[in-house]
Design a protein around this ligand. Structure first.
Ligand SMILES: Cc1cc2nc3c(=O)[nH]c(=O)nc-3n(C[C@H](O)[C@H](O)[C@H](O)COP(=O)(O)OP(=O)(O)OC[C@H]3O[C@@H](n4cnc5c(N)ncnc54)[C@H](O)[C@@H]3O)c2cc1C
Ligand code: SF4
Ligand code: SF4
Length: 392
């Protein structure tokens, strides 16, 4: 394993490294720097030491022959027999990247029944579908899926592997990455190919959403990323597409530690992420009582209610309605944003909305920067008038 080492002969106990460490992994003992288990091996303290007393000894990892890896893979997650919409979004982006790299796009679908969905994956751009149909895959147990990924990645050596950041995708992707010894960038908002190196540039919000970090995986394969539902644009389906279909057998399961006793789905799946019309509200709605007006307006125009994190925090709405960096990403045709300031973490979730109407009493509210139509005024009054007009 890699580890941080402090050369005690060189260390003068100046303490500069302790100040540089964000995880409190360094302290002093007998006037010498010491490292504890908080160390994430980020390496920042190395440069802070004027006496070159700190080093990181890297684990001797087997060098990967990157030239053997080719193609882009998308994991096609099913829920109750239906392919999740995020899969089609990933296939659209995967197709774009595969054309740029001049390689094949492969969809992977594993479940107890998959055959009816294979053509759908081809229609949305997959050149090839690798499927495994086995009763052992009826329940979404990471352990069963990991064996399949491990076997297939070792055999076919994909260059890039993409997952939807669904509950299952978030659980499975890091385990697959750990099993095959590669990295993973979670919750990407942008995927691009670097023209010079051909590497996948994986961009995601960092430091509480205040800046965007672009991450690469230069030494290991596959390059793995998850993308949240609604972040990528859905491309058109083409039912005349043709593709290769490969059936693979279920490998022997090495471990089986989990037994599913009952599966409980909380409400409808991705309601907000899939909504075509959203009435979205923030703290400017004023009171919990006014939420009934918001629900009435949404009902009248056939939409869903979305909220900012502030409203979830104060208990006026539930987390599943939250839009933004730590909530859902939405891509409705129409979004009516009422009493929302437009914090960067909220805007991160609405960049794919087609038309945005903003109602805010502050003409300088940052949310107006993304508005197609602007209403400066009291959102409660505007909502009441809209309801009255629509009920007429
Ligand atoms: C790591 C991190 C992750 C986060 N993730 C998210 C996230 O996923 N989603 C999210 O939403 N936030 C998120 N936040 C919080 C975010 O930074 C903001 O605090 C939050 O979005 C603000 O919510 P708001 O717009 O409802 O409230 P405020 O910022 O308080 O804005 C209220 C707005 O209402 C207007 N207003 C007041 N009265 C009226 C009225 N009568 N009529 C019309 N307008 C009125 C005001 O002018 C103001 O613009 C996150 C923060 C952090 C640090
Ligand atoms: S490597 Fe990073 S986490 Fe570890 S002690 Fe140095 S600064 Fe702290
Ligand atoms: S900065 Fe270098 S010399 Fe100073 S305490 Fe840390 S390890 Fe020792």
């Amino acid at each position: 394993m890699s580890q941080l080492t402090i050369n005690l002969e060189k260390c003068t106990g100046c303490g500069l490294c302790i100040k540089s460490c964000a995880t409190d992994a360094l302290h002093k003992e007998n006037n010498k720097a010491m490292v504890n288990e908080n160390c994430t091996l980020c390496g920042i303290c190395i440069d802070s030491c004027p006496f070159e007393a700190i080093s990181i000894e890297k684990e001797n990892l087997e060098e990967v022959d990157l030239s053997l890896y080719e193609g882009i893979w998308v994991f096609a997650e099913q829920q109750k027999g239906e392919i999740l919409p995020v899969v089609y979004e990933l296939l659209g982006k995967g197709k774009e990247l595969s054309l740029e790299k001049g390689c094949k796009l492969t969809a992977l679908i594993f479940a107890d029944e998959v055959q009816c969905n294979i053509q759908k994956l081809i229609s949305y751009g997959a050149d090839r579908v690798i499927f495994c149909e086995d009763a052992a895959l009826a329940e979404k147990l990471d352990e069963n899926y990991i064996e399949l990924f491990d076997t297939l990645i070792n055999k076919h050596k994909p260059d890039i592997l993409l997952f939807g950041a669904t509950g299952f995708g978030r659980s499975l992707a890091p385990r697959v990455a750990a099993r095959v010894g590669t990295g993973l960038t979670a919750d990407c908002t942008l995927l691009e190919i670097d023209k010079e190196s051909g590497l996948l540039q994986q961009t995601r919000p960092a430091f509480g959403g205040n800046l965007m970090a672009t991450i690469i995986c230069p030494n290991h394969r596959p390059q793995m990323a998850t993308v949240r539902p609604g972040v990528l644009l859905l491309q058109e389906e083409n039912t005349s597409n043709e593709g290769e279909v490969i059936a693979v057998p279920m490998p022997t399961i090495r471990h089986n530690h989990i037994e599913i006793l009952e599966e409980v789905l909380s409400g409808e799946i991705n309601t907000i992420a899939d909504a075509k019309i959203i009435v979205s509200v923030g703290r400017g709605i004023g009171s919990q009582k006014n939420m009934s007006l918001v629900h009435r307006l949404a009902e009248l125009i056939g939409g869903n209610v979305g909220v900012t994190r502030s409203l979830v925090d104060i208990g006026w709405s539930q987390y599943e309605n939250q839009i933004g960096q730590t909530g859902s990403t939405v891509a409705p045709k129409l979004l009516i944003a009422c009493g929302i300031s437009g914090a960067i973490q909220h805007l991160a979730g609405i960049s794919n909305a087609e038309t945005i109407i903003v109602i805010n009493s502050d003409p300088d509210a940052p949310i107006f920067s993304v508005a197609d139509y602007k209403v400066v005024g009291d959102c409660v009054e505007v909502i009441k008038k809209l309801i009255a007009t629509l009920e007429d």
